[in-house]
Design a protein around this ligand. Structure first.
Ligand SMILES: [Zn+2]
Length: 250
């Protein structure tokens, strides 16, 4: 077997394994949404029922429910933290983060396990007729994105300018962004990898073209004042996608 063929086979195997983990973790998260917390419109407004304890309580904008479980990545356990937040947004929102253990930075955690955190904001008005497939669509790409980071050794070796030190959208309140921060974040090789793999996963799940979803994602995520970077980022994503998924119709 040639080295090139060996490398090709091992990349296909890795791709398949990561993909399966992302599918399974998303399913476990969806099972929790389905079984654990039930929000419905009662006589006095929205009520949340914790199906585990049977407890009924009022739920309101800002309330959140959290669940942590451990997932076997095959040799290593991964801690998965899922948070359901009740919002007053128009649409479902989702975000994620990933951590590796025992290193001296705010982006590493103190536990002995790597972890991913997935936050799903579900608007109160949508709880009445909550569509699980809509939540699933919002979760699956984030799970894949964060898993990519967990397995991305190069990312965690970076000492000087860690990409996560660039304020992301949720950090912006803590530290004002500098000109170029957002562009640097989206064009960082690890972030290109994470976004493309996540969006590609969702494209397969929703049976939609990758490029269409990539454009929609960027419109949603890129702050308006950063729109002049749109084409540059989109092109970088498409270039990477073509390289990584050479056989796919994008
Ligand atoms: Zn990322």
């Amino acid at each position: 077997m040639t080295d090139a063929l060996k490398a090709y086979i091992s990349s296909v195997l890795t791709e398949g394994r990561l993909d399966r983990h992302a599918t399974q973790i998303s399913r476990l998260i969806m099972r929790w949404f389905k079984d654990q917390v039930n929000v419905h419109l009662g006589e006095n407004g929205y009520e949340c029922i914790d199906k585990e304890t049977g407890e009924v309580f009022e739920c309101d904008v800002g309330e959140s429910y959290m669940k942590t479980f451990e997932y076997d990545l095959g040799g290593t356990l991964l801690s998965v933290v899922i948070t359901h937040i009740v919002t007053n947004n128009k649409n479902i929102t989702s975000s994620g983060s990933s951590h590796r253990p025992n290193q001296n930075s705010k982006w590493y955690n103190s536990s002995s396990l790597p972890s991913i955190s997935i936050n799903v904001g579900i608007p109160l008005h949508l709880h009445k007729a909550l569509s699980l497939s809509t939540i699933h669509e919002n979760v699956i790409d984030i799970v894949k994105h964060e898993l990519e980071h967990i397995f991305d050794d190069a990312l965690w070796k970076e000492k000087h300018r860690h990409p996560f030190d660039i304020p992301t959208l949720s950090d912006a309140e803590e530290r004002p962004r500098r000109e170029g921060d957002v562009r640097d974040y989206f064009l960082h090789p690890s972030e290109i990898q994470g976004w493309v793999a996540g969006i590609y996963k969702r494209a397969k799940f929703e049976k939609k073209p990758f490029i269409k979803l990539a454009k929609e994602q960027l419109i949603k995520t890129l702050p308006i004042e950063e729109r002049h970077h749109f084409d540059e980022i989109l092109n970088a994503w498409i270039t990477y996608a073509k390289k990584r998924f050479p056989k796919a119709k994008l």
